[in-house]
Design a protein. Structure first.
Length: 440
């Protein structure tokens, strides 16, 4: 992943030094368990930890140089450890296979990456909650098919986003539990040369669950579900980003990204203020979703093990989590500083001469005894006059002048009361936030 779309903490999690550190922990914890079972000398386990306690620098270049000869990354790592620890290192990796190290390490990395992503979502939820209560009763137009529909509040739009990312958090927690799985079962997963208690010990030390049947690898349906969850979260990011992009269009301009002092929108046109951050989020979401299909295709491995999944995961593990981490942080910043224009929202709401109240008139006419078909025709023919006048005509005045509208003028006017549309906002907020007003 390129630095432009990366954050240091997540990047560090995927650095070679981190990976080799986790490999060492797996090997050393396994050696501890083997020593307790009497399979290897306890001095071997102590030698590993004593060396590690000196905080040795992980020599990535040396490990890479060994791998250039061995063509095997785990053997290269074990050889490097042996060079530093000495003879006792020969007891490492007893009864284990490379997948025991690689798959368990990937589980640790994905679990830790998920913890960062969960923190990202929490930060976003806090911002969405604050902005939702800020604009709980800020009237704006709801749109279906991009066309004016009926009034909503801007707070409801943000509450909807909060509910969506709350679901995302729940899914991500489940994905973490699914992916945080340890396998130390040896070649083809039969435990023929290593006791299952070793696996249990390593899993406990690393905070992982135990894969019940690992063949020689952890089944990749777990990984497929994990990356699919990231893809869904990316789509939620894009949905909110697109909402901001539409609201920032010049013809709408109900909200826009914060435009910092000194910021430039265009190299050619000095007047431009473009939604560059949310456009960027749309692109990043496409990238995260792009990693889902390879993860799904990784599920179908040959027999007990092949490595067709390996190259894929070396890409998508870092790239998907790093990209999503950056995207969540960027979206949080956008929503935190989003500039909202309530007056423009009200102006757009009023722009089409009261058309947004057409359903209320339709229902009032049916309640007064007019058939639904006739009521629809009455309201629609007057609404079309307003539509064709680009809002210069008033639906209310046209209906008052229509002899087929039998409602008293006072009752007709009541159907154009904006507050009617917001009478259940408290109910919706209580469903989303568990409360109707923010705590002091």
């Amino acid at each position: 992943m390129i630095p432009r779309y990366s954050r240091p903490e997540m990047v560090a999690l995927w650095a070679p030094e981190t990976r080799f550190s986790i490999w060492f922990e797996i090997e050393a914890h396994a050696t501890d368990a083997l020593a307790e079972l009497g399979v290897v000398p306890k001095s071997a386990a102590r030698a590993l930890w004593d060396w590690w306690a000196t905080k040795p620098a992980i020599d990535v270049a040396r490990i890479d140089a060994i791998e250039a000869v061995t063509k095997h990354d785990v053997i290269a790592f074990l050889t490097w450890v042996s060079e530093n620890v000495g003879d006792e290192a020969r007891f490492m990796h007893q009864g284990m296979t490379s997948s025991d190290v690689l798959d368990t390490c990937l589980a640790v990395q994905l679990a830790r990456a998920t913890d960062l992503l969960l923190a990202d979502i929490d930060a976003l939820l806090a911002v969405l909650r604050r902005r939702a209560f800020e604009h709980k009763l800020t009237p704006t137009i709801g749109r279906s098919h991009g066309i004016h529909a009926e009034p909503v509040t801007f707070g409801l739009k943000l509450a909807e986003a909060h509910a969506e990312f709350s679901r995302a958090r729940t899914r991500l927690e489940a994905a973490r539990a699914d992916i945080a799985t340890c396998a130390i079962s040896g070649a083809v997963g039969t435990f023929a040369n290593i006791d299952p208690r070793v696996e249990a010990h390593v899993a406990a030390k690393l905070g992982l669950g135990i894969e019940p049947v690992s063949t020689q690898v952890i089944p990749r349906d777990r990984h497929a579900m994990y990356f699919a969850t990231l893809g869904v979260i990316a789509s939620s990011i894009e949905r909110l980003a697109i909402e901001v992009r539409h609201l920032q269009r010049t013809e709408v301009l109900e909200a826009e990204e914060y435009f910092a002092p000194g910021q430039k929108g265009s190299s050619a046109m000095p007047h431009k203020r473009n939604p560059v951050l949310t456009e960027n989020l749309t692109g990043l979401a496409r990238m995260v979703r792009g990693y889902v299909t390879p993860a799904l295709e990784n599920v179908a491995l040959w027999h007990e093990r092949d490595i067709s999944h390996s190259s894929v995961e070396r890409y998508i593990g870092p790239d998907a989590t790093i990209t999503l981490d950056f995207a969540l942080a960027r979206l949080t910043g956008v929503m935190d500083k989003l500039v909202v224009y309530p007056q423009r929202m009200q102006r757009n709401l009023d722009r089409m001469g009261g058309l947004v109240h057409s359903q209320r008139v339709l229902l009032a006419l049916t309640q007064a005894g007019v058939s639904r078909e006739d009521a629809y025709a009455i309201v629609q023919r007057n609404a079309m006059k307003v539509w064709e006048s680009d809002g210069r005509e008033s639906l209310l005045e046209l209906l008052k002048a229509d002899p087929d509208v039998t409602l008293p003028h006072g009752e007709l006017e009541a159907q154009f009361d904006l507050a009617h549309h917001f009478k259940h906002v408290d109910t919706i907020f209580a469903r989303v936030f568990g409360e109707t007003d923010p705590p002091l």
